[in-house]
Design a protein around this ligand. Structure first.
Ligand SMILES: *[C@@H]1O[C@H](CO)[C@@H](O)[C@H](O)[C@H]1NC(C)=O
Ligand SMILES: *[C@@H]1O[C@H](CO)[C@@H](O)[C@H](O)[C@H]1NC(C)=O
Length: 396
C-alpha cells in the first residue's frame, strides 16, 4: 500500500515552529481547497476532505488541516488511524453541509467518523449542518421506510481527542458520539436542533474514560448528554440544556452483560424547559451494570418536568421486560445545590429496583418548587439521607 503522504502535492506548506533552542517540531499544513474541495455549497467535496486527511495522516510531522470559510457539500466520511502524524489539528471555519436528500447520509451510521485515531483536534468557528428536518419529517409520518440516520460527529476507539468551538446543527441522529475513547476534551461547542426532533441526542458517551465536556450549550430534541455503560471519570461543567430530555445516565440494562458507570461529576448545569434534569435510568431487566460515584452539584432547573429522577423501571409499552426488575446497582449518588422550578408536582423521584435498592443517595441544599408552592418527592426502594435544606421534604 502506498502511504498517502508519499506523493506530496507541491502546494503543501511546511512551517517550522521553534519550541525551544534545542527542539524543533514541524507542523505541515493542508488546506482542503488544495485537494479539490469547493467552498460553493454545491460541488461534492467529500473526496477533497478525504485526500487532505490522508495527506495529513501520512505526514511525518504534526499536521494542520484547514477548512476556510465557505460552504462545503460533504457526504459521509471515515477518517481512520493509525496515522504516521503524531497529531492532527483540523480547523474548520466554514460550514459543512449534508446533501439535501437525507437518504445519502441516512444509510451510513455516521457523517464524520473518526476511528482508531490518536491526538486529533477539531476546532474553529465553523459548523456542521446535517439538514436533519427532512428525515425527522419522514420519521414523524411514521413511515417504516425511513433510515435511522447518521450521527454527525463520531469518535470510536480513539485517544487524546479535542473538540473546541464549532456548532452542530440539525443532526439526523445524535450530534456527537464518543465511543470506546480515552482522554477526550469537548469545550465551547454549540448544539442546535428542534425540541421535537427525534433521537437527536446532543453528546453521547459510552465505554470511555477521562472525558470532559465544558462550556457547551445543547438545544435538542432528545437527551442533552446521554451516558452509556462503561463510562468512567466523566466531568461535565457549565453546560446548558434545553429544549430536550436533559442529562441522562442510561438507559442502562439494555444488555445482560454490561459495564458500569463510575465517577461522574456534573457541575454548574442549567436546564430550561426540559423533560428531565438530572436522570439515571435503567430498563427493568437483569443486567450486570451499575452506577457508582456520581456528584451532581450546582444546578439550576427552569420549568423542568422531572428535575431529579432515578427510574429503574423503564419499560415502555410493557415490551421486553414484563414482570422483570432492574439488575443495575445504583450507589453513592450526591445531589448538592440544586434549585429552581419543576413543571410537575413531583420534583424528586427515586424509583429504584426492588431487587437492588439504590443506596448512598444524598440530597443537600436542594430547593425545587412547583407553581411557587412546595413540590413533592417520591421514594421507592431507596436508602439515603437529606442534609441541610431540602425542599420538597425528602422521603429518604
Ligand atoms: C474521578 O474523575 C476525575 C475526572 O473527572 C478524576 O480527576 C479523579 O481522579 C477520578 N477519581 C478517581 C477516584 O478515579
Ligand atoms: C426556595 O426557592 C424559592 C423560589 O426561588 C424561594 O422563594 C424560597 O425562598 C427558597 N427557599 C429557601 C428556604 O431558600
Amino acid at each position: 500500500m502506498k502511504l498517502p503522504g508519499c506523493n506530496l502535492p507541491g502546494i503543501m506548506v511546511v512551517v517550522f515552529v521553534m519550541l525551544s533552542i534545542n527542539s524543533t517540531s514541524a507542523v505541515t499544513k493542508f488546506n482542503v481547497l488544495n485537494f479539490g474541495a469547493k467552498p460553493n455549497g454545491r460541488t461534492y467535496s467529500t473526496d477533497g476532505f478525504l485526500k487532505a486527511w490522508n495527506a495529513a495522516c501520512g505526514s511525518a510531522d504534526s499536521s494542520f488541516i484547514y477548512v476556510p470559510k465557505g460552504r462545503y457539500l460533504v457526504g459521509s466520511l471515515q477518517f481512520k488511524g493509525k496515522c504516521r502524524s503524531p497529531g492532527i489539528i483540523i480547523r474548520i471555519d466554514g460550514t459543512i453541509v449534508a446533501p439535501l436528500d437525507y437518504g445519502v447520509l441516512g444509510k451510513s451510521r455516521n457523517w464524520f467518523s473518526f476511528e482508531g485515531v490518536t491526538g486529533v483536534s477539531i476546532i474553529g468557528a465553523g459548523a456542521f449542518d446535517a439538514k436533519g428536518p427532512s428525515l425527522w419529517a419522514c420519521k414523524a409520518s411514521n413511515s417504516n421506510s425511513c433510515p435511522s440516520g447518521a450521527t454527525t460527529l463520531s469518535f470510536t476507539n480513539s485517544n487524546n481527542i479535542r473538540i473546541n468551538g464549532l456548532m452542530s446543527l440539525n443532526s439526523q441522529m445524535f450530534h456527537i458520539v464518543i465511543n470506546g475513547c480515552k482522554n477526550v476534551h469537548i469545550q465551547g461547542v454549540k448544539i442546535i436542533a428542534a425540541g421535537d426532533s427525534p433521537n437527536t441526542d446532543g453528546i453521547h458517551v459510552q465505554l470511555s474514560t477521562d472525558v470532559e465536556i465544558l462550556k457547551t450549550s445543547i438545544k435538542t430534541g432528545d437527551d442533552c448528554i446521554s451516558i452509556g455503560p462503561g463510562t468512567k471519570n466523566l466531568w461535565v461543567e457549565q453546560v446548558t440544556c434545553g429544549p430536550g430530555h436533559g442529562i441522562s445516565i442510561g438507559s442502562l440494562a439494555k444488555d445482560l452483560k454490561e459495564d458500569g458507570v463510575q465517577n461522574v461529576t456534573m457541575k454548574r448545569t442549567t436546564f430550561s424547559n426540559t423533560q428531565n434534569g438530572l436522570r439515571i435510568k435503567s430498563w427493568a431487566r437483569p443486567s450486570t451494570g451499575f452506577v457508582e460515584g456520581v456528584r451532581f452539584t450546582d444546578s439550576v432547573m427552569r420549568n423542568v418536568q422531572n428535575p431529579i429522577v432515578i427510574d429503574q423501571n423503564y419499560c415502555p409499552r410493557n415490551e421486553n421486560c414484563p414482570g422483570q426488575v432492574s439488575g443495575v446497582k445504583i450507589k453513592d449518588i450526591i445531589y448538592t445545590d440544586i434549585r429552581g422550578t419543576s413543571s410537575t408536582p413531583v420534583a424528586i423521584k427515586f424509583d429504584c429496583s426492588t431487587k437492588n435498592p439504590c443506596t448512598g443517595i444524598k440530597l443537600q441544599n436542594v430547593n425545587l418548587t412547583y407553581l411557587k408552592k412546595a413540590a413533592q418527592s417520591f421514594c421507592s426502594n431507596v436508602v439515603g439521607k437529606a442534609v441541610d435544606l431540602v425542599r420538597p421534604d425528602s422521603c429518604l
